[in-house]
Design a protein around this ligand. Sequence first.
Ligand code: HEC
Ligand SMILES: [Cu+2]
Length: 320
Amino acid sequence: MKREFFALAVTFLLFVAFPAALFGYQAIRTNTSGARVIDLIAYAPANGGWKPDSIRVNIGERVRLRIAAPDVVHGFEIPALGITIDEILPGHTEEIEFVATRAGRFPFACTRWCSADHWRMRGVIEVIDPANPNPPRATFAPPLYQQLKIDLDAMHVAQNLPAQKPSAARGAAINLALDPRTQSPSEAFARLRANTPLTDAQLWDAIAFAWKQSAGAEQIARGQKLYARDCAACHGEQGRGDGTAGINLPGMAMMHREMNRGPADFTNAVQMFGASDAILHGKILRGGMGTGMPEWGSLYTDEEIWNMVSYIRSFAFDYR
Ligand code: HEC
Ligand SMILES: [Cu+2]
């Protein structure tokens, strides 16, 4: 009985008294700048996620977001509007003011690994143009994997494998112009093998260089940043698929029986050299449909997803 009361008291404190006190205190402390104040509470997904998880503002309206984190450390980001709060400590509130200048539905998300299913912590901000409150829905070009009619759930296994890790530095002398988006490294190897004076090892090095070149150093660096933030927890710092958040994911039983169970190992040449960039891009965009691989298409721009694909390539190729 005592214990139940205690649990109830804790729940009350966490969900009612605490946020109320936080916002109350903030309301006294902050002077009004004419901005509309919107209160947002960041709970880890197990505690309910964003409260509320959808907000509406008007174009041109000055808005102050006041975000409280009652349970654990969270972060906040609206990527499409360039709004970021790096850290909201438990028991604190953070504020940010902005004026949205374009209409649309934009996802917002937590940016800290607050819990195992942290990546579920997403919401939507709707920016409305009062002069045109019901715009026709924008039409987007379908992603490359759909244009190429690629079945994302089919296995992609390399038919050709290098004897050692292909090195972009060694391959720099040989300049192959390749399109990494539509072919896998294994396919590129097979096609070029027929009429080249290069040895197998030289050809693989040249392919590594061609992939690195077509991506670009800046793009790879941007991909690395995003990877460290949102992917390493499952796929591992070194891309080996051994991140702690990837252990015992629900949905592993749905994975293709020939696939390794768990987050993809980006150092695994059999899988990585069997995949075109379009496949990797598609998987990040769409997610794994219940395998535990989240969908990122609503959060990241197309460009950012390509950047992550480029970075992921550095685990099976040697890009130093
Ligand atoms: C919650 C754990 C988790 C997170 C976080 C995660 N992944 Fe995955 N990912 C998986 C699992 C599990 C698989 C394998 C199942 C599948 O392919 O559907 C996978 C598969 C993939 C694949 C397919 C590889 C292949 O060979 O087909 C790519 C690419 C990928 N992830 C990229 C990313 C990127 C980029 C991020 C960060 C934006 C990310 N993942 C975040 C769990 C995760
Ligand atoms: Cu989080």
